[in-house]
Design a binder for this molecule. Structure first.
Ligand SMILES: *Cc1c(COP(=O)(O)O)cnc(C)c1O
Length: 488
Protein backbone atom coordinates (compact mmCIF):
# COMPACT_ATOMS: atom_id res chain seq x y z
CA UNK A 1 0.00 0.00 0.00
CA UNK A 2 2.95 2.34 0.63
CA UNK A 3 4.85 1.22 -2.44
CA UNK A 4 3.42 2.87 -5.56
CA UNK A 5 2.53 0.43 -8.35
CA UNK A 6 4.68 2.42 -10.78
CA UNK A 7 7.60 4.80 -10.30
CA UNK A 8 7.10 8.51 -9.65
CA UNK A 9 9.09 11.52 -10.84
CA UNK A 10 11.71 13.33 -8.76
CA UNK A 11 9.65 16.55 -8.84
CA UNK A 12 6.65 14.78 -7.44
CA UNK A 13 8.76 13.19 -4.72
CA UNK A 14 10.44 16.43 -3.69
CA UNK A 15 7.07 18.12 -3.43
CA UNK A 16 5.99 15.33 -1.13
CA UNK A 17 9.15 15.59 0.96
CA UNK A 18 8.41 19.28 1.42
CA UNK A 19 4.88 18.42 2.51
CA UNK A 20 6.12 15.76 4.94
CA UNK A 21 8.48 18.28 6.50
CA UNK A 22 5.79 20.93 6.93
CA UNK A 23 5.43 20.40 10.69
CA UNK A 24 9.12 19.84 11.42
CA UNK A 25 10.98 22.28 13.59
CA UNK A 26 13.14 24.57 11.43
CA UNK A 27 16.76 23.38 11.26
CA UNK A 28 18.16 26.84 10.53
CA UNK A 29 17.70 30.28 12.00
CA UNK A 30 18.42 29.70 15.70
CA UNK A 31 14.87 29.38 17.03
CA UNK A 32 15.37 25.72 17.83
CA UNK A 33 17.84 25.58 20.69
CA UNK A 34 18.59 21.85 20.64
CA UNK A 35 19.17 19.10 18.06
CA UNK A 36 20.53 21.44 15.39
CA UNK A 37 23.78 23.35 15.13
CA UNK A 38 23.74 26.30 12.81
CA UNK A 39 26.69 28.38 11.65
CA UNK A 40 24.35 30.88 10.08
CA UNK A 41 26.49 30.57 6.94
CA UNK A 42 24.64 29.14 3.98
CA UNK A 43 27.82 28.66 1.93
CA UNK A 44 29.20 26.24 4.53
CA UNK A 45 26.02 24.15 4.53
CA UNK A 46 26.12 24.20 0.78
CA UNK A 47 29.72 22.95 0.56
CA UNK A 48 28.93 20.19 3.06
CA UNK A 49 25.74 19.13 1.27
CA UNK A 50 27.50 18.91 -2.08
CA UNK A 51 30.43 16.89 -0.77
CA UNK A 52 27.99 14.67 1.16
CA UNK A 53 26.11 14.05 -2.05
CA UNK A 54 29.32 13.27 -3.96
CA UNK A 55 30.28 10.64 -1.37
CA UNK A 56 26.75 9.35 -0.83
CA UNK A 57 27.11 6.07 -2.67
CA UNK A 58 30.66 5.30 -1.62
CA UNK A 59 30.72 2.45 0.91
CA UNK A 60 33.06 2.70 3.90
CA UNK A 61 32.83 -1.09 4.22
CA UNK A 62 35.97 -1.72 2.20
CA UNK A 63 38.69 0.93 2.28
CA UNK A 64 40.72 -0.94 -0.33
CA UNK A 65 37.88 -0.51 -2.79
CA UNK A 66 37.41 3.20 -2.00
CA UNK A 67 40.72 4.86 -1.10
CA UNK A 68 38.93 8.23 -0.92
CA UNK A 69 37.46 7.04 2.36
CA UNK A 70 40.88 6.39 3.87
CA UNK A 71 42.29 9.73 2.79
CA UNK A 72 39.28 11.72 3.98
CA UNK A 73 39.14 9.89 7.28
CA UNK A 74 42.86 10.44 7.85
CA UNK A 75 42.40 14.15 7.28
CA UNK A 76 39.30 14.49 9.45
CA UNK A 77 40.62 12.36 12.31
CA UNK A 78 44.01 14.08 11.98
CA UNK A 79 42.43 17.52 12.36
CA UNK A 80 40.59 16.44 15.49
CA UNK A 81 43.70 14.75 16.94
CA UNK A 82 45.72 17.93 16.31
CA UNK A 83 43.34 19.89 18.55
CA UNK A 84 42.74 17.24 21.19
CA UNK A 85 46.17 16.07 22.23
CA UNK A 86 46.98 13.53 19.53
CA UNK A 87 45.88 9.93 19.57
CA UNK A 88 44.65 7.33 17.12
CA UNK A 89 41.13 7.78 15.89
CA UNK A 90 38.06 6.33 14.25
CA UNK A 91 35.42 8.29 12.36
CA UNK A 92 31.99 7.17 13.58
CA UNK A 93 28.34 7.97 13.00
CA UNK A 94 27.88 9.96 16.19
CA UNK A 95 28.59 10.34 19.86
CA UNK A 96 26.72 7.20 20.77
CA UNK A 97 28.84 5.09 18.44
CA UNK A 98 32.07 6.75 19.58
CA UNK A 99 31.12 5.97 23.17
CA UNK A 100 30.08 2.43 22.27
CA UNK A 101 33.53 1.83 20.77
CA UNK A 102 35.32 3.40 23.74
CA UNK A 103 33.44 1.11 26.13
CA UNK A 104 34.03 -1.93 23.92
CA UNK A 105 37.76 -1.17 23.73
CA UNK A 106 37.94 -0.77 27.50
CA UNK A 107 36.03 -4.01 28.03
CA UNK A 108 38.26 -5.93 25.62
CA UNK A 109 41.48 -4.59 27.12
CA UNK A 110 40.67 -7.04 29.86
CA UNK A 111 39.95 -6.35 33.45
CA UNK A 112 42.33 -3.70 34.62
CA UNK A 113 43.76 -3.87 31.14
CA UNK A 114 46.89 -1.82 30.88
CA UNK A 115 46.40 0.73 28.10
CA UNK A 116 50.16 0.87 27.48
CA UNK A 117 50.45 -2.81 26.62
CA UNK A 118 46.88 -3.77 25.87
CA UNK A 119 47.41 -6.91 27.93
CA UNK A 120 44.98 -7.78 30.69
CA UNK A 121 46.45 -7.68 34.15
CA UNK A 122 46.57 -11.37 34.98
CA UNK A 123 47.48 -10.70 38.59
CA UNK A 124 44.03 -9.31 39.22
CA UNK A 125 41.58 -11.72 37.66
CA UNK A 126 38.00 -10.53 37.47
CA UNK A 127 35.49 -11.66 39.97
CA UNK A 128 32.23 -10.17 38.79
CA UNK A 129 30.73 -8.38 35.82
CA UNK A 130 32.77 -5.51 34.45
CA UNK A 131 31.51 -2.04 35.30
CA UNK A 132 32.02 1.54 34.18
CA UNK A 133 32.01 4.42 36.65
CA UNK A 134 30.11 7.43 35.28
CA UNK A 135 28.79 10.67 36.80
CA UNK A 136 24.96 10.87 36.86
CA UNK A 137 25.29 13.75 34.40
CA UNK A 138 27.05 11.55 31.81
CA UNK A 139 25.19 10.99 28.57
CA UNK A 140 22.81 7.97 28.39
CA UNK A 141 25.01 6.65 25.57
CA UNK A 142 27.14 5.12 28.34
CA UNK A 143 24.11 3.30 29.74
CA UNK A 144 23.27 2.20 26.23
CA UNK A 145 26.80 0.97 25.55
CA UNK A 146 26.81 -0.88 28.86
CA UNK A 147 23.42 -2.39 28.07
CA UNK A 148 24.56 -3.58 24.65
CA UNK A 149 27.97 -4.78 25.79
CA UNK A 150 27.05 -6.61 28.97
CA UNK A 151 28.66 -4.12 31.32
CA UNK A 152 27.28 -2.66 34.56
CA UNK A 153 27.01 1.06 35.27
CA UNK A 154 28.05 2.56 38.59
CA UNK A 155 26.55 6.06 38.68
CA UNK A 156 28.21 8.70 40.84
CA UNK A 157 26.23 11.73 42.08
CA UNK A 158 27.42 15.25 41.28
CA UNK A 159 27.82 18.32 43.47
CA UNK A 160 24.41 20.04 43.48
CA UNK A 161 25.94 23.53 43.42
CA UNK A 162 28.41 23.09 40.59
CA UNK A 163 26.93 20.01 38.88
CA UNK A 164 30.45 18.59 38.56
CA UNK A 165 31.38 15.15 39.77
CA UNK A 166 33.73 15.11 42.78
CA UNK A 167 36.94 13.17 42.29
CA UNK A 168 36.84 11.43 45.71
CA UNK A 169 33.35 10.11 44.90
CA UNK A 170 34.69 8.66 41.67
CA UNK A 171 37.62 7.09 43.51
CA UNK A 172 35.26 5.49 46.01
CA UNK A 173 33.14 3.99 43.21
CA UNK A 174 36.02 2.19 41.48
CA UNK A 175 36.30 -1.50 42.33
CA UNK A 176 38.19 -4.52 41.00
CA UNK A 177 35.70 -4.95 38.18
CA UNK A 178 35.87 -1.38 36.93
CA UNK A 179 36.99 -1.28 33.30
CA UNK A 180 36.49 2.42 32.57
CA UNK A 181 36.05 5.74 34.35
CA UNK A 182 34.14 8.51 32.57
CA UNK A 183 34.13 12.29 32.88
CA UNK A 184 32.51 14.88 30.62
CA UNK A 185 33.89 18.03 29.02
CA UNK A 186 31.32 19.38 29.36
CA UNK A 187 28.35 17.29 30.49
CA UNK A 188 25.30 18.10 28.40
CA UNK A 189 22.64 18.88 31.05
CA UNK A 190 24.30 21.91 32.70
CA UNK A 191 27.25 22.49 30.40
CA UNK A 192 29.92 22.22 33.08
CA UNK A 193 33.27 20.47 32.82
CA UNK A 194 34.05 17.66 35.27
CA UNK A 195 37.45 17.85 37.03
CA UNK A 196 39.19 15.95 34.24
CA UNK A 197 42.76 16.16 35.56
CA UNK A 198 41.80 14.86 39.00
CA UNK A 199 39.55 12.10 37.71
CA UNK A 200 42.09 10.94 35.11
CA UNK A 201 44.86 10.92 37.71
CA UNK A 202 42.91 8.78 40.14
CA UNK A 203 41.83 6.42 37.36
CA UNK A 204 45.46 6.03 36.31
CA UNK A 205 46.47 5.41 39.91
CA UNK A 206 43.88 2.63 40.06
CA UNK A 207 45.09 1.22 36.73
CA UNK A 208 41.77 1.93 34.99
CA UNK A 209 41.36 3.65 31.60
CA UNK A 210 39.61 7.02 31.57
CA UNK A 211 37.32 8.26 28.80
CA UNK A 212 36.56 11.95 28.40
CA UNK A 213 33.18 12.53 26.80
CA UNK A 214 33.83 15.65 24.78
CA UNK A 215 31.08 14.79 22.30
CA UNK A 216 29.56 18.23 22.62
CA UNK A 217 32.64 20.14 23.77
CA UNK A 218 35.50 18.60 21.84
CA UNK A 219 35.15 20.84 18.82
CA UNK A 220 34.05 23.88 20.81
CA UNK A 221 36.28 24.22 23.87
CA UNK A 222 39.49 24.68 21.84
CA UNK A 223 37.92 27.65 20.03
CA UNK A 224 36.45 29.13 23.20
CA UNK A 225 39.89 28.89 24.76
CA UNK A 226 41.43 30.60 21.74
CA UNK A 227 38.76 33.28 22.06
CA UNK A 228 39.84 33.97 25.63
CA UNK A 229 37.67 31.69 27.78
CA UNK A 230 39.28 29.93 30.73
CA UNK A 231 39.11 26.27 29.68
CA UNK A 232 40.89 23.72 31.87
CA UNK A 233 42.90 20.94 30.19
CA UNK A 234 40.49 18.20 29.19
CA UNK A 235 41.93 16.21 26.27
CA UNK A 236 44.41 13.40 25.60
CA UNK A 237 47.26 15.62 26.75
CA UNK A 238 45.99 15.14 30.32
CA UNK A 239 47.87 12.27 32.01
CA UNK A 240 45.55 9.32 32.56
CA UNK A 241 43.07 10.16 29.80
CA UNK A 242 43.04 7.12 27.50
CA UNK A 243 40.25 8.02 25.08
CA UNK A 244 38.06 10.96 24.08
CA UNK A 245 34.95 11.37 21.93
CA UNK A 246 34.24 14.48 19.84
CA UNK A 247 31.15 14.94 17.68
CA UNK A 248 31.65 16.86 14.47
CA UNK A 249 27.91 16.96 13.90
CA UNK A 250 27.59 19.22 16.94
CA UNK A 251 30.03 22.14 17.18
CA UNK A 252 31.89 20.92 14.11
CA UNK A 253 28.67 22.03 12.34
CA UNK A 254 28.91 19.01 10.02
CA UNK A 255 25.79 17.24 8.75
CA UNK A 256 24.59 14.46 11.06
CA UNK A 257 26.46 11.20 11.18
CA UNK A 258 29.88 12.57 12.12
CA UNK A 259 31.94 11.94 15.24
CA UNK A 260 35.50 10.94 16.11
CA UNK A 261 36.77 8.77 18.94
CA UNK A 262 40.48 9.02 19.73
CA UNK A 263 42.57 6.56 21.72
CA UNK A 264 45.90 7.48 23.28
CA UNK A 265 47.18 3.98 22.62
CA UNK A 266 46.90 2.31 19.20
CA UNK A 267 46.54 -1.05 20.96
CA UNK A 268 43.37 0.24 22.58
CA UNK A 269 42.04 1.44 19.24
CA UNK A 270 42.55 -2.06 17.89
CA UNK A 271 40.31 -3.34 20.69
CA UNK A 272 37.55 -1.17 19.24
CA UNK A 273 37.83 -2.90 15.87
CA UNK A 274 35.99 -6.06 14.91
CA UNK A 275 37.12 -8.65 12.39
CA UNK A 276 35.44 -11.84 11.32
CA UNK A 277 36.42 -14.62 8.97
CA UNK A 278 33.80 -16.94 10.42
CA UNK A 279 31.69 -17.38 7.31
CA UNK A 280 32.23 -18.25 3.66
CA UNK A 281 31.56 -14.71 2.40
CA UNK A 282 33.76 -11.62 2.15
CA UNK A 283 36.06 -11.01 5.08
CA UNK A 284 34.83 -8.47 7.58
CA UNK A 285 36.99 -5.85 9.18
CA UNK A 286 35.02 -3.05 10.80
CA UNK A 287 36.27 -0.06 12.73
CA UNK A 288 32.72 0.88 13.70
CA UNK A 289 29.46 -0.72 14.81
CA UNK A 290 28.05 -0.30 11.33
CA UNK A 291 29.41 -2.40 8.49
CA UNK A 292 28.08 -1.16 5.14
CA UNK A 293 27.96 2.57 5.61
CA UNK A 294 27.64 5.59 3.36
CA UNK A 295 30.69 7.85 3.08
CA UNK A 296 28.29 10.79 2.78
CA UNK A 297 28.68 11.90 6.41
CA UNK A 298 32.46 11.63 6.10
CA UNK A 299 32.40 13.78 2.97
CA UNK A 300 30.09 16.26 4.69
CA UNK A 301 32.32 16.51 7.76
CA UNK A 302 35.48 16.82 5.67
CA UNK A 303 33.95 19.61 3.59
CA UNK A 304 32.64 21.47 6.65
CA UNK A 305 36.09 21.47 8.28
CA UNK A 306 37.65 22.65 5.05
CA UNK A 307 34.99 25.28 4.35
CA UNK A 308 35.28 26.86 7.80
CA UNK A 309 38.95 26.41 8.58
CA UNK A 310 40.59 27.50 11.81
CA UNK A 311 39.54 31.09 11.34
CA UNK A 312 35.91 30.15 10.74
CA UNK A 313 35.73 28.06 13.91
CA UNK A 314 37.43 30.78 15.90
CA UNK A 315 34.90 33.35 14.76
CA UNK A 316 32.04 30.99 15.56
CA UNK A 317 33.65 30.36 18.95
CA UNK A 318 33.78 34.08 19.67
CA UNK A 319 30.15 34.57 18.66
CA UNK A 320 29.13 31.59 20.77
CA UNK A 321 30.99 32.84 23.81
CA UNK A 322 29.43 36.28 23.56
CA UNK A 323 25.91 34.90 22.99
CA UNK A 324 26.28 32.54 25.97
CA UNK A 325 27.37 35.39 28.23
CA UNK A 326 24.43 37.57 27.17
CA UNK A 327 22.04 34.67 27.61
CA UNK A 328 23.31 33.75 31.09
CA UNK A 329 23.09 37.33 32.29
CA UNK A 330 19.77 37.92 30.59
CA UNK A 331 18.14 34.82 32.06
CA UNK A 332 19.50 35.54 35.53
CA UNK A 333 17.80 38.95 35.32
CA UNK A 334 14.35 37.48 34.59
CA UNK A 335 12.30 37.23 37.80
CA UNK A 336 11.68 33.61 38.81
CA UNK A 337 14.41 32.07 36.64
CA UNK A 338 17.88 30.96 37.62
CA UNK A 339 20.76 29.55 35.64
CA UNK A 340 22.01 26.22 36.97
CA UNK A 341 25.69 26.16 37.83
CA UNK A 342 28.21 28.19 35.90
CA UNK A 343 27.99 27.07 32.30
CA UNK A 344 31.51 26.86 30.92
CA UNK A 345 30.77 26.29 27.29
CA UNK A 346 27.73 27.05 25.17
CA UNK A 347 25.11 25.06 27.03
CA UNK A 348 22.83 26.91 29.41
CA UNK A 349 20.22 25.34 31.67
CA UNK A 350 17.75 27.27 33.81
CA UNK A 351 15.19 26.32 36.39
CA UNK A 352 12.15 28.21 37.65
CA UNK A 353 11.11 29.37 41.11
CA UNK A 354 7.34 29.73 41.11
CA UNK A 355 7.35 29.11 37.37
CA UNK A 356 6.67 25.72 35.80
CA UNK A 357 9.44 25.49 33.22
CA UNK A 358 7.50 22.93 31.18
CA UNK A 359 4.67 25.43 30.82
CA UNK A 360 7.27 28.03 29.93
CA UNK A 361 8.55 25.73 27.16
CA UNK A 362 5.03 25.36 25.73
CA UNK A 363 4.59 29.13 25.83
CA UNK A 364 7.87 29.61 23.99
CA UNK A 365 6.85 26.97 21.46
CA UNK A 366 3.68 28.90 20.83
CA UNK A 367 5.90 31.92 20.09
CA UNK A 368 7.92 29.91 17.57
CA UNK A 369 10.88 28.96 19.76
CA UNK A 370 11.90 25.50 20.96
CA UNK A 371 13.54 25.20 24.39
CA UNK A 372 14.50 21.69 25.49
CA UNK A 373 12.87 20.34 28.67
CA UNK A 374 15.04 18.34 31.08
CA UNK A 375 13.35 16.29 33.81
CA UNK A 376 14.42 16.47 37.43
CA UNK A 377 16.98 13.80 38.27
CA UNK A 378 19.42 12.89 41.03
CA UNK A 379 18.61 16.02 43.03
CA UNK A 380 18.79 18.33 40.00
CA UNK A 381 15.53 20.25 39.46
CA UNK A 382 13.48 20.22 36.25
CA UNK A 383 14.90 22.78 33.86
CA UNK A 384 15.15 23.97 30.28
CA UNK A 385 18.25 23.60 28.14
CA UNK A 386 19.58 25.89 25.46
CA UNK A 387 22.41 25.00 23.11
CA UNK A 388 23.99 28.24 21.92
CA UNK A 389 25.44 27.97 18.41
CA UNK A 390 27.09 30.26 15.91
CA UNK A 391 23.79 31.68 14.79
CA UNK A 392 22.45 32.44 18.29
CA UNK A 393 24.16 35.80 18.77
CA UNK A 394 22.18 37.49 16.02
CA UNK A 395 18.91 36.59 17.76
CA UNK A 396 19.92 36.53 21.41
CA UNK A 397 17.87 39.59 22.42
CA UNK A 398 14.81 38.17 20.67
CA UNK A 399 15.38 34.86 22.46
CA UNK A 400 15.62 36.61 25.84
CA UNK A 401 12.42 38.52 25.16
CA UNK A 402 10.60 35.29 24.30
CA UNK A 403 11.91 33.65 27.48
CA UNK A 404 10.83 36.64 29.59
CA UNK A 405 7.38 36.80 27.98
CA UNK A 406 6.94 33.04 28.27
CA UNK A 407 8.04 33.10 31.90
CA UNK A 408 5.47 35.79 32.69
CA UNK A 409 2.77 33.82 30.87
CA UNK A 410 3.76 30.59 32.65
CA UNK A 411 3.58 32.31 36.02
CA UNK A 412 0.12 33.52 35.09
CA UNK A 413 -1.04 30.07 33.98
CA UNK A 414 0.42 28.25 36.96
CA UNK A 415 1.81 24.72 36.92
CA UNK A 416 0.50 22.01 34.63
CA UNK A 417 -2.31 20.17 36.39
CA UNK A 418 -2.33 16.41 36.42
CA UNK A 419 -5.48 14.33 36.65
CA UNK A 420 -5.67 13.08 40.20
CA UNK A 421 -4.17 9.65 40.76
CA UNK A 422 -2.65 9.49 37.28
CA UNK A 423 0.97 9.37 38.35
CA UNK A 424 0.30 6.62 40.89
CA UNK A 425 -1.70 4.74 38.29
CA UNK A 426 1.12 4.86 35.75
CA UNK A 427 3.82 4.11 38.31
CA UNK A 428 2.02 0.96 39.40
CA UNK A 429 1.05 -0.12 35.94
CA UNK A 430 2.63 -3.02 34.12
CA UNK A 431 3.28 -1.19 30.88
CA UNK A 432 4.48 -4.37 29.19
CA UNK A 433 1.05 -5.87 29.63
CA UNK A 434 -0.73 -2.85 28.18
CA UNK A 435 -1.64 -2.83 24.50
CA UNK A 436 -0.90 0.19 22.34
CA UNK A 437 -4.56 1.16 22.05
CA UNK A 438 -4.99 1.25 25.82
CA UNK A 439 -1.82 3.30 26.14
CA UNK A 440 -3.14 5.75 23.54
CA UNK A 441 -6.36 6.06 25.57
CA UNK A 442 -4.36 6.73 28.68
CA UNK A 443 -2.44 9.46 26.85
CA UNK A 444 -5.73 10.91 25.62
CA UNK A 445 -6.87 11.18 29.24
CA UNK A 446 -4.14 13.77 29.79
CA UNK A 447 -5.02 15.54 26.57
CA UNK A 448 -2.36 13.96 24.39
CA UNK A 449 -3.61 12.71 21.07
CA UNK A 450 -1.07 10.22 19.74
CA UNK A 451 -2.87 9.57 16.48
CA UNK A 452 -0.99 10.44 13.36
CA UNK A 453 -1.44 14.01 12.22
CA UNK A 454 -2.94 15.09 15.53
CA UNK A 455 -0.36 17.86 15.70
CA UNK A 456 1.77 19.16 18.51
CA UNK A 457 0.46 18.17 21.95
CA UNK A 458 0.73 20.45 24.94
CA UNK A 459 3.89 18.93 26.32
CA UNK A 460 3.75 20.49 29.80
CA UNK A 461 1.34 17.82 31.07
CA UNK A 462 3.36 15.01 29.52
CA UNK A 463 6.56 16.37 31.03
CA UNK A 464 4.88 16.85 34.40
CA UNK A 465 3.75 13.21 34.38
CA UNK A 466 7.19 11.98 33.39
CA UNK A 467 8.82 14.26 35.93
CA UNK A 468 6.72 12.77 38.72
CA UNK A 469 7.65 9.18 37.81
CA UNK A 470 10.74 7.25 38.84
CA UNK A 471 13.31 6.76 36.06
CA UNK A 472 12.36 3.14 35.35
CA UNK A 473 8.71 4.11 34.81
CA UNK A 474 9.77 7.05 32.66
CA UNK A 475 11.68 4.64 30.46
CA UNK A 476 8.78 2.20 30.17
CA UNK A 477 6.43 5.04 29.21
CA UNK A 478 8.88 6.36 26.61
CA UNK A 479 9.30 2.96 24.96
CA UNK A 480 5.53 2.59 24.84
CA UNK A 481 5.19 6.07 23.41
CA UNK A 482 7.59 5.25 20.59
CA UNK A 483 5.81 2.06 19.65
CA UNK A 484 2.48 3.87 19.53
CA UNK A 485 3.93 6.70 17.46
CA UNK A 486 5.26 4.30 14.85
CA UNK A 487 2.11 2.18 14.95
CA UNK A 488 1.87 -1.52 14.36
C1 LIG B 1 25.24 14.48 22.07
C2 LIG B 1 26.05 13.86 23.12
C3 LIG B 1 26.32 12.48 23.11
C4 LIG B 1 25.68 11.51 22.13
O1 LIG B 1 25.82 11.88 20.84
P1 LIG B 1 24.89 11.43 19.61
O2 LIG B 1 25.66 12.03 18.50
O3 LIG B 1 23.54 12.01 19.79
O4 LIG B 1 24.89 9.95 19.55
C5 LIG B 1 27.15 12.01 24.10
N1 LIG B 1 27.65 12.82 25.04
C6 LIG B 1 27.39 14.14 25.09
C7 LIG B 1 27.97 14.98 26.18
C8 LIG B 1 26.58 14.70 24.13
O5 LIG B 1 26.29 16.00 24.18
Amino acid sequence: MNLPPTGRTAEELLAEVARLKEHDLPVRGGQVTAYVYDTGRAEVNDAAARAYFEMLEVNCLDPTAFPSVVEMERQVVGAVADELGGGHGIFTSGGTESIMLAVKAARDMGRRGRPDTGRPDVDRPHTGRPNIVVPVTAHPAFHKAAHYLGVEVTAVPVDLETYRVRAPDVAAAIDDDTILVVASAPSYPQGVIDPIEEVAALAAAAGVPCHVDACVGGWLLPWLRAAGAAVPPFDLSVPGVTSISCDLHKFGYAPKGASVVLFADPAMRRKAYFASAAWPGYTIINATVQSSRSAGPLGGAWATLQALGREGYLELGRATLEATRRLREGIAAIPGLRVLGEPESALVAFAGDGIDVFVLADEARGRGWFLQPQLSYAGIPANLHITVTGVTLAGVEAMLKVIADSAAAARERGPALLPEGLVELVADMDLEALDDATFAELAASVGVDLRQGAGQPQMAVVNAVLDALPAASREAVLVRFLSVVYGS
